[in-house]
Every structure is written in C-alpha cells, then in structure tokens.
Design a protein around this ligand. Sequence first.
Ligand SMILES: [Zn+2]
Length: 282
Amino acid sequence: MKVMILTDLEGPSGVNGRSDGIGNTIVNCPAAEAALVQEVNACCEGLVAAGADEIVVLDGHGGSNNIDIFQLHPAASLMQLGGQQPVCWIDSSYDAFVMIGAHCMHSTLGHMSHSYNSHGTARLTLNGREIGEIGLGARIGAYFGVPLILVSGDQAACREAEQEIGPEVVTVQVKEAWSRYTAINYSPEKVHRLLRDGAEAALKKLPEIPCLPMEKHYGMTKHFMCPNQAFPLEMTGGKRLDECTVQFESDDLIDLVAQSYGWAAGVHNRKYGISPEWVFRG
Ligand SMILES: [Zn+2]
C-alpha cells in the first residue's frame, strides 16, 4: 500500500509559537523540526506495521524545508515543494493519506490556528461553509479517491477532522491548546506511542474510512486581511465580492483550488491533464 504523510509544523507537540502582530511565528524552529520528524517517524512505524510498502512524506510547511532527510524513517521518501505546479500534491496512485502536525482553521480557537496564510487569509469558504486546511486537504485527496485516515495535532485540529470526515477518521491529540499561543504539550514518548498505534489502526481499517464525495459544483470565497491582497486574484479572473473578498467557481475541485492560486479557470487542469484518475508522470 502506498501512503502519503502530509506534514505541517504548527501541530506537533513542543512547537512554541507567538503572534508577530498579524500572523504566526514559530519561536523554537530547531526543536519544532525535531518534534515533527520524530512524530512522522512514529507514524511511519505504524503504517509499515499495517502493510504500507511505500510512504511519501510531503514537507508541507512554509518553504518545504523543515524535514532533514537524514533523520527520516528509512521506509519514507521526502517530497519537497518549490513553486507548486501542479497545485495538487497527491494523485490516484495512493491508497491513503495522513496529516501529521495539523492545525485548525483560522477562526477556531486552537494552537497557531490559521488557514494557509496566517498573514493573509482571514476566512475561506467552500460552498458556503467555512473550511480550513484539514477539510480542503481531505477533499483534494478524495478527488483522487484517496481517503484521509489519520490526523494529529491539538484538540481543535482533531475535532475539525472528525467534523469534516466523521467518527471513522483516527485522530491523535498531541497537545491541548488553551489559546492561540498557549498549549500543554504531551510528552514525546506518549505522543510517539499514540501515533504508532493510531497509524497502524487507521491503515488496518482503511476500508471503513469514507472518502468524501465530490459535489457537482464548487464555489469558494477567500476573505483576505487587507484589500491589496485580494487584488492579484481579481486580476487573474476571481470575482471581487467586496474590498477583501474574492470568489471562484468551478465544477472541478482541483480547478477551483488552482484558481485560488492564481490560475485562470480551466487552464491548470488542461495543462496537466488532471482528472480523478490522474497519476503524475515525470
Ligand atoms: Zn504550517
């Protein structure tokens, strides 16, 4: 079985953050990066025990420069993003995917909450409902038939995963957020055991975990913090709803996501031949 682990750096136990006035800043980067790779490795152990024979770890935070490949579990390969083209980071060759180090959406009270850009995006909606990185990530996987089976992070991230996917998704709480920048971090030893066991259990019950259904049509609104941030996406075809809000529409989820990155409608999927059966071929 082929499994992707999508990582973020806000969610592991022991990551210390502050506000820099607008968005999030991690103030203990070396320790945060060590915490992340150890959590990823514990997850790899569980996945291998459940039958995974190919694991790709996607370094999904910031400049994709947070995981030292020399520290990574030997069963895993490392995907590093640089100028993300195409915008989808997964394809239909995977059987399952996992989110390690996840965080809740911007408006929820959770540790270092944000939606993609803590300095830019105040609110993201999909078909009228607010959505964060967990919900949109689950749908990007689902487009290619790949279910999200395990999410780890604080209690708010775990709750968000359960609300999006249902009680079947396995969640591993690694810390308790008291506010956006205050958290009680659980001991690494305990967290690693929970992640190892959770990953094994999640992959073993893969057939029971639902892949979210696609909808016939998608509308997305991106509400920026400042009017100037909305302007570039208006220039590339987004509909400006007000000073800070841009709207995109598509019948295809990946085309919609591409539009939110600045692609004109239809161009991204045509260029890369994207369909639910798509497999990357270099
Ligand atoms: Zn991040």
